[in-house]
Write a protein that binds this ligand. Structure first.
Ligand code: KG4
Length: 337
């Protein structure tokens, strides 16, 4: 269903349940966050060393009504004031996604409001529209999250192309795996970040390079695990910093190539791993070196939240991309589909 819509103030109710955060937000005109309630299940999954899908789904079901009520209260609005219902429909865990999708479908049907299914990855990119009210496409996005590592050419709000991607592990998986073997609990990324700040990059880990803009992180991950096995007394902070240095160099090398290819002068970071201190510092240095602007989302918008979903939902809505009330979860949804 395409067509111009009347551009008055538009309030979007974003719903996020793709993994282990149940989140509901109210966002005005894609940029102004009126509320963003996040109920995280990290403590529940920590004891298992990772997210247990069935437990995640059950907890989303318990949390979603309460989180929605809080989001509306905090925004000082009622369901009647909401213009669009925008749940994440992929990628993610199927049972977890189905909770948000079904809840969103139910609300849209009962209230007779438009439903807009949102791609979670577009949500991560859109976190930057909230942090930087003047940011507009086109730009390059370095998307680094728990499940994805991609360079995305964002040509317009609803027109994007993946120009480089990981051939094996996502960068967040590598962080979490390295953390686990050095005894840090899930999610390991933020804990590696902290430890690395007290360390030095004393170890050189091998990196895999490709002709095109693709990535590989499994080699670095395995090299770290082997090094630890052979040198159990190694300084953990130094190990973490050396690991971060290796993965960051892989990111900055490919982004440099992508800038040359596309001639774009804006690079936007997105996804949970973009909260990383070393990665942020190195991208700022790269920006100065190449005279381009680097955008980093607000730390609290890097990891999963519904405000970023509502922002992406807004741009899909004004583009006329409405979903049918048969919207289903798509666990392996890609950008550009
Ligand atoms: O984007 P996200 O919340 O989930 C997905 O949509 O995939 O990303 C979660 C990932 C986890 O792997 C977590 O360890 C990592 O982001 N992460 C970090 C940091 N904060 C979260 N990795 C490195 N440094 C951080 N500060």
């Amino acid at each position: 269903m395409k067509g111009m819509l009347n551009l008055k103030d538009i309030l979007v109710l974003g719903i996020e349940s793709s993994c282990d955060e149940t989140s509901v937000a109210v966002v005005k005109n894609g940029r102004e966050v009126l509320s963003n309630i996040i109920d995280t299940q990290i403590k529940i999954h920590e004891q298992f060393g990772g997210v247990v899908p069935e437990i995640a789904s059950r907890n989303h079901i318990e949390a979603i009504s309460k989180v929605t009520k809080l989001a509306l209260e905090k925004a000082k609005v009622t369901l009647k004031d909401i213009d669009v219902i925008a749940p994440t429909y992929g990628p993610g865990l199927v049972g977890a996604l189905l909770v948000g999708v079904s809840y969103g479908r139910g609300l849209a049907f009962a209230l007779n409001k438009p439903l807009v299914g949102v791609n979670h990855l577009e949500g991560h990119i859109s976190a930057n529209y909230i942090t930087y009210p003047d940011l507009k496409p086109p730009f390059l996005c370095m998307l680094t999250s728990g499940g994805n590592t991609q360079i995305v050419h964002v040509k317009d709000y609803c027109d994007m192309e993946v120009i480089g991607k990981t051939r094996d592990d996502a960068i967040g998986e590598a962080f979490d795996k390295v953390a686990r073997v050095i005894g840090l609990t899930y999610p390991g990324g933020p804990k590696i970040d902290k430890l690395a700040q007290q360390g030095k990059a004393t170890i050189e880990f091998p990196k895999t390079h490709f002709e095109n803009l693709d990535f590989s992180f499994s080699g670095i991950k395995t090299a770290v695990l082997n090094y630890l096995h052979k040198n159990p007394e190694v300084s953990k902070p130094d190990l973490c910093m050396s690991f971060e240095k290796a993965v960051t160099e892989v990111l900055t090398e490919n982004v440099t190539k992508a800038i040359k290819q596309t001639k774009l002068d804006k690079v936007v970071l997105a996804g949970g791993v973009s909260a990383n201190t070393h990665i942020r510092e190195e991208f700022q240095k790269l920006g100065k070196e190449l005279n381009i602007k680097i955008y980093e989302p607000d730390l609290k918008l890097c990891t999963d939240n519904a405000a970023m979903i509502a922002s992406a939902g807004y741009y899909r809505y004004i583009n006329g991309d409405l979903s049918e009330n048969t919207l289903n979860a798509v666990p392996n949804l890609k950008i550009g589909e």
